[in-house]
Design a protein around this ligand. Structure first.
Ligand SMILES: [Cu+2]
Length: 488
């Protein structure tokens, strides 16, 4: 990689950082012993037959040793907390058996996968009742990226994620696999799932901690570990960072201001690497970064921080020298020219507290708010009107597609926003122009990814349609879900 500018900036507007909220809960430095960082195991297929792969994912309740003393009652996917990492490959036909062993209805949403909606996608129209299961299948058609699974039942997403349901999804393909990136899972390529929780006698109490503007906890966790330590055994380490918090923004940097290189964002590998010392992720955003610890010696310790609080520690061990240089160019993005003759779609996120709205409305499961034709490339203006108080950043997420960020209030997007994304943080008073293309049909959610805002109803639905193959999508109502009528 040739000599390149190093950015020392979070880019976002500081006056609307979440720490300015009235209800902001600062992270505290946990007063508990260090322990090895949990690396989620990889989910094994039930069966592989040529191009077809079968998986089972169980949403289950369990207990996890998070703090010293009593174990914490938690939920997870094939695990007591969070879940096993699902590794998928472009082009494979997946068959997934999803089992709900929880005491309440849930769904399983594939955040970042372009799979048909509204059922395969796993939003609120695909309920799975306690003790029951749902079978879905899809042929994956998208580039390598870091995604995740989480529940999406309306209006209980925030609490179910708070209880522990979330797991990393790693998508691989034949382009990324040729790039000089670390990719030995668990050794030099690890998920870094960032969350915050508060504990009450070692237990979660969502109702006690609930905040309508997004629930915050005072204890930082990485992969469900408090004060986790990762032993570095290779010079370069690839971190697949996911902001899996209900509400918290993470302002990441290393304790020694170590430089790192971002190579991927939500929708895949960036066209060019970006060198940074600071990185802000809003809820549900992902960043793949490569850290080169070649300037450190065995025994050194480097902490990953958010603001002034350490989240986890990298303990440097012995490693072979690695002189690998990243190329200046990583991947080609498709040439998305806007389809002629289509107006710019406009969508507005407004309000705070229980006044949050999307386009002035609350979510209705049986209302389709807009339509977009498959293959059309449409520019959207996503506005955060900041019309209450000092305002806040709303992370705007779309299901079933990826988008490019074209501009922020008419100015260039941030330097690390040049790849495909499915979440974009929108500052108060800002309009972010994005370029959107759907290539799978369905009714899909688009919403604020502060999970309590989503549950309040800051969410709407778009139908991605194929005029040559018209489909009728079966939309449940909230009553249908609750009364088990009219099921998908
Ligand atoms: Cu919001």
């Amino acid at each position: 990689m040739s000599e390149q500018k190093v950015y020392n900036d979070y880019f976002y507007d500081e006056p609307v950082y979440d720490l300015h909220d009235g209800g902001y809960v600062p992270l505290k430095v946990p007063d508990v012993p260090e322990k090895p960082l949990t690396i989620p195991s990889v989910l094994k297929p039930d069966k592989v037959d040529g191009n077809d792969v079968w998986y089972t994912i169980r949403a289950q309740a369990g207990e996890t040793q998070i703090l010293p003393g009593a174990k914490t009652k938690t939920w997870g996917y094939n695990a007591s907390l969070l879940g096993q990492t699902v590794v998928l490959k472009d082009g494979i036909h997946y068959h997934v058996h999803i089992v709900n062993e929880l005491p309440e209805v849930t769904t399983l949403h594939w955040h970042g996968l372009n799979v048909p909606g509204p059922v395969t996608d796993g939003g609120p129209h695909a309920p799975i009742y306690p003790g029951e299961s749902r079978d879905i299948d899809f042929i994956l058609n998208q580039p390598a990226q870091t995604d995740w699974i989480h529940p999406h039942p309306c209006p209980n997403t925030a609490r179910q994620v708070w209880n522990g349901l979330a797991a990393a999804v790693v998508v691989t393909d034949d382009v990324e696999s040729k790039l000089p990136f670390p990719r030995n899972y668990g050794v030099d390529d690890i998920p870094v799932i960032l969350q915050d929780r508060s504990y009450h006698d070692n237990q979660l109490d969502y109702d006690a901690d609930y905040d309508v503007d997004g629930t915050l906890g005072d204890t930082p966790l990485v992969n469900g570990t408090v004060n986790g330590v990762f032993k570095v055994t290779t010079q370069r380490v690839r971190l697949r960072i996911l902001n899996g918090a209900d509400r918290r923004e993470y302002r990441l940097h290393f304790s020694d201001d170590h430089e790192f290189t971002q190579v991927g964002s939500d929708g895949g590998i960036l066209p060019a690497p970006v060198k940074l010392t600071k990185l802000m992720l809003t809820c549900a955003e992902r960043a793949e970064v490569i850290v080169d610890f070649g300037d450190h010696k065995p025994g050194d310790r480097v902490q990953l921080m958010s603001d002034d609080v350490p989240l986890m520690t990298f303990e440097i061990g012995k490693f072979e020298p690695d002189s690998t240089q990243l190329p200046d160019h990583l991947v080609d993005l498709a040439d998305w020219e806007p389809t002629p003759g289509l107006p710019v779609e406009k969508t507005v996120m407004s309000g705070m507290d229980d006044e949050v709205r999307l386009d002035g409305k609350l979510f209705d499961m049986q209302r389709i708010d807009r339509k977009q034709k498959l293959g059309d490339v449409v520019d959207w203006d996503v506005t955060n009107t900041n019309d209450m108080g000092s305002g806040m950043i709303h992370p705007f997420h779309m299901h079933g597609c990826h988008f490019l960020v074209l501009s922020r209030n008419g100015k260039a997007p941030y330097p690390n926003e040049h790849g495909y994304k499915d979440v974009v943080g929108v500052n108060a008073g800002e309009t972010v122009r994005i370029r959107v293309m759907f290539d799978v049909p369905g009714v899909f959610m688009y919403h604020c990814h502060i999970l309590e805002h989503e549950d309040t109803g800051m969410m709407a639905q778009i139908e991605a349609y194929d005029p040559d193959h018209p489909q009728t999508f079966h939309l449940l109502s909230m009553d249908d879900v609750n009364n088990r009528t009219n099921q998908n």
